[in-house]
Design a protein around this ligand. Structure first.
Ligand SMILES: [Zn+2]
Length: 263
């Protein structure tokens, strides 16, 4: 992994928080999956085509963005969820704010209607693997399958190409970064979670919130899942306050893409 001088120029001189991957060849497993993906009818911008009409950026790993844009990116993970996603959409709509949603492939496949609601409201979509496994504990083939299948499923449900990927719990491996690079996806981490916000937010910050519930314990932790759901409900309850705080500081709540595309 190297700092990318062209990216540094693009961002007006500051490369902190952004790294890029030097050219990498496809593994056999990735090549085979990418080949399948590129021949599928979901047409989700695999390979060297430019997602969303942006110039190819390679796979940058971003946790904050050096940008002239006076914006902070709000990011919602783990949806879509029949309870939490509509809640978030209504709070954002009331504040006329936009955000980026990192969706889990299997959840998006189950509820494409909710994905459609998020897209129709003008928000940005990224992928968050197929079933929210911990990539730090996955072998290369599993990592490839999780990222590629998650990407395909979310892009198909959204009806548009995607250019952003977030690994569950922010856990990355070399394999995961490499697969993202081969899919021309930027890897988006975060500078602050909504649970631990600093006194001052800075333009270019990326904030982690949730519109879904995913835990490490699988099917055996219903009680824990309930607690996490309650915590995320509280987080959404505090969202109007966060939005007011940003506006008071003359900072626009926005998408990751808006920060990355700004000069
Ligand atoms: Zn997650």
């Amino acid at each position: 992994m190297v700092l990318d001088p062209s990216r540094r120029r693009l961002l007006g001189g500051v490369a902190l928080g952004t790294a890029a991957i030097a050219g990498s060849g496809a593994t056999a497993a990735a090549a085979s999956l990418l080949d399948q993906a590129s021949r599928s009818d979901t047409d989700n911008a695999i390979g060297d085509r430019v997602p969303g009409g942006r110039r190819p950026r390679g796979a940058h790993v971003v946790w904050s963005v050096a940008t002239s844009h006076r914006g902070v990116a709000l990011t919602f993970d783990d949806g879509p969820d029949p309870e939490l996603t509509p809640l978030v959409l209504s709070v954002l709509a009331a504040a006329d704010a936009h955000a980026t949603f990192f969706m889990v492939g299997e959840a998006a496949t189950r509820r494409p209607d909710l994905v459609g609601d998020v897209v129709a409201a003008g928000h940005e979509i990224g992928s968050h693997t197929w079933s929210h496994i911990d990539l730090a504990r996955a072998d290369r083939a599993t990592t490839t399958r999780q990222i590629v299948e998650g990407h395909r499923a979310v892009a198909a449900a959204a009806g548009r190409p995607l250019s952003l990927f977030r690994p569950p719990w922010g856990d990355l491996t070399g394999s995961a970064v490499r697969v993202a690079a081969e899919l021309a996806l930027d890897v988006v981490l975060w500078s602050h979670s909504a649970e631990h916000l600093p006194a001052a937010l800075v333009p270019g910050d990326v904030i982690l919130l949730h519109d879904g519930v995913r835990t490490r314990g699988g099917a055996f932790d219903a009680g824990h899942r309930g607690a996490v759901r309650a915590r995320h409900r509280d987080e959404i309850g505090r969202l109007p306050q966060l939005l007011r705080r940003l506006r008071d500081a003359d900072i626009e709540p926005t998408t990751v893409g808006a920060l990355l595309d700004a000069p």
